[in-house]
Design a protein around this ligand. Structure first.
Ligand code: OSB
Ligand code: MG
Length: 373
């Protein structure tokens, strides 16, 4: 349906603890929400999309200001044109976006809002639309680089007490072998443990990276720069631990290339990074056809993005625990209902669209800038 109003809201929400990686530190979630409002049979229907961009280009070239410009100048006008023409909106929107180069974070935010609005109007949950078949999602927690080893052990211990069954440690040169060994020794050989370098190593570090696997790792995520698929392929040839790509996988094409090169044994699928949930599902399907297991990644989303990630994570080839934690791991107060661990799992919402109950007062309180377009 045609939108009657499109809003971009920049929101800021404090994180319960700073999140530090090899690339930077975040103390607040500061990003953009897209609200795509259409006229439904019983009044206005709001579809919400959450953007994966940060205020600065930390992980990806796009950041909040460039996404705002891309949406205002290019993508929202294009989506309005597509919505005004006859035929099923979502496949046509995806085709139209495919003709615009790059900008996956901006496209994903808008596509998510349109998808949510369409499904809310149709009364269909996103998990059903995507073909998800799980009613509970095994999840882990991604642990940032802390101030000290003691701090790390306390954090990991706390998360295990909460019920998380898989731990991902952020690593970087100088913070790798020692923390990995300490966590392994403190919590035992059975703890599913993986590491994520967010591109911090170079090929000259391969001998050092090979020594990490004596600690028994589930995965080694994105050790090298995103565009260096060959470096990942070289490492994967020598490492028994599966190499998992995150930032490198920006589209279905890069996923196919990485798989063909043997650069990735597993994929962290982030809908924001590949341009939305429809492409995320295609990446999942491609990986499944090649026997490459996936997990649903996260970007410290609010409940708006997390609800959608949980729907995606119900697809069959998401066989590795997701980077989707409970609300309390991120925020004191979310923008939606809170998500809680039940027996080490999260439950995808069952309502129409994303199933997120957006707390419009909380969104209003968190809003720092508002653009209508
Ligand atoms: O590399 O997977 C990553 C968060 C922000 C940006 C990049 C990454 C992450 C995480 C957190 O690891 C996962 C989560 O949302 O809990
Ligand atoms: Mg990662």
């Amino acid at each position: 349906a045609r939108p009657i109003d499109v809003e971009l809201r920049r929101v800021t929400l404090p994180l319960v603890r700073p999140f530090r990686t090899s690339r930077g530190e975040e103390t607040v979630k500061d990003t953009l929400l897209v609200r795509w409002r259409t006229e439904g049979p019983d009044g206005p229907v709001d579809g919400w999309g959450e953007c994966g961009a940060d205020p600065e280009p930390i992980y990806y070239p796009e950041y909040v200001d460039t996404v705002t410009t891309a949406l205002t100048d290019v993508l929202v006008p294009l989506a309005r044109d597509v919505a005004a023409a006859p035929g099923p909106l979502l496949p046509r929107l995806r085709t139209a976006f495919a003709d615009v180069p790059g900008m996956p974070l901006a496209k994903a935010a808008l596509e998510s809002a349109v998808l949510d609005a369409e499904l809310r109007t149709a009364g269909m949950p996103l998990s059903t639309y995507l073909g998800g078949h799980r009613d509970r999602i095994a999840v882990g927690v991604s642990v940032g680089i802390p101030d000290s080893l003691d701090d790390l052990l306390a954090q990991v211990g706390g998360y295990l007490d909460d019920g998380y069954r898989r731990i991902k440690l952020k690593i970087r040169p100088g913070w790798d072998a020692e923390p990995v060994r300490a966590v392994r020794e403190a919590f035992g050989d059975d703890l599913p443990l993986q590491v994520d370098a967010n591109q911090a190593y170079r090929t000259s570090d391969i001998p050092h990276l090979l020594t990490l696997e004596e600690n028994g790792l589930l995965l080694l995520e994105q050790p090298f720069p995103a565009d260096d698929l060959l470096a990942h392929a070289r490492l994967a040839a020598d490492l028994r631990t599966p190499v998992c790509l995150d930032e490198s996988i920006t589209s279905l094409g890069t996923a196919a290339t990485a798989i063909a090169l043997g650069a990735t044994d597993a994929i962290n699928v982030k809908p924001a990074r590949v341009g939305g949930y429809l492409t995320a599902r295609s990446v999942h399907d491609l990986a499944a056809a090649h026997g490459i297991p996936c997990f649903c990644g996260g970007m410290l989303e609010t409940g708006i993005g997390r609800a959608m990630n949980l729907a995606l994570a119900g697809l069959p080839n998401f066989t590795l625990p997701g980077d989707i934690s409970a609300t309390s791991r991120y925020f004191a107060h979310d923008l939606t209902q809170s998500f809680e661990l039940v027996d080490s799992h999260l439950v995808p919402p069952t309502g129409p669209g994303s199933g997120a109950h957006v707390d419009t007062d909380a969104v209003e309180d968190a809003t720092t800038a508002l653009t209508s377009c």
